[in-house]
Design a protein around this ligand. Sequence first.
Ligand SMILES: [Fe+2]
Ligand SMILES: [Fe+2]
Length: 288
Amino acid sequence: MSADIPECSPVVLQVRKPVGPPRADFSVNWFDGLPYRTHTFNATSMMFPLAESFFIEAIRAVSGNNRIASEVVEDFVAQESAHAKQHAAFNRILDKRFGLPNCVDARMKRQLSFVRSRGIINALAFTVCTEHVAAIYSEMVLDGYLNFSTAEETPYKLLSWHAAEEIEHKAVAFDIYVEAGGGYWRRCTWFAVLLVLFFSNVMAQTLSNLKKSEQLWCFLTWLDAFRFSFGRQGVAWRIALGVFEFLRPGFHPWKRNNYHLVQQWHIQQRSSFDIVLRSPKHAEEVTP
Ligand SMILES: [Fe+2]
Ligand SMILES: [Fe+2]
């Protein structure tokens, strides 16, 4: 597969099935022993199953009338379904082993039903925006910016696998949205909505996790929160860059070519997943 990626969804998706569900062998502060960043990632994991079902619904609602190949849509659906299942299993471990219940499901259901009520094209625009935020975080997970490879093995495998596939399919919803007639102002408007909802949900779940694990009122928790968010390699700077890119009228996800991160991860983690080939045509194109 060429490293020079043209602008319009050039990547053949590979549906990878992890070898077994996540193991319950990690500690409560699995990311470098630091509660804030651990529980922020736990919070995103707790939001994934509901969010990814919504993306699948939004993409399927328009893809029947769209010229984007049905194989791409089905591979996108297969990837997101697998993410939702693996994160649901991980979240059950968080709940049973560490007493961390989900506190955002009910509010997310209300938010997603509001988006759904605005019609198919708006649900798709919301999906485009969420996929872009997922791509921003995924790049930080895989490119060493957050030193995520120092996390414990089970959460690292789960989240790095998810990150690789989020980068791989980051343009699918966008291309379908453009093909369906979605425009610039609609996606920018929904991006503002998404940012408010996403960060308020992540913060609510993170605070709940910290409280349940008795780390909420520790000075070191909030020192790490500041470093993680606004330090020299803070997530805020990458998010700001991603927002700036998304707001450009000529934006396309593959104008930021980071596919080499997927390739590197794929080689490093090859033993931890099986590839599900979905069609004979696909089998010829996919790099084994
Ligand atoms: Fe996903
Ligand atoms: Fe995704």
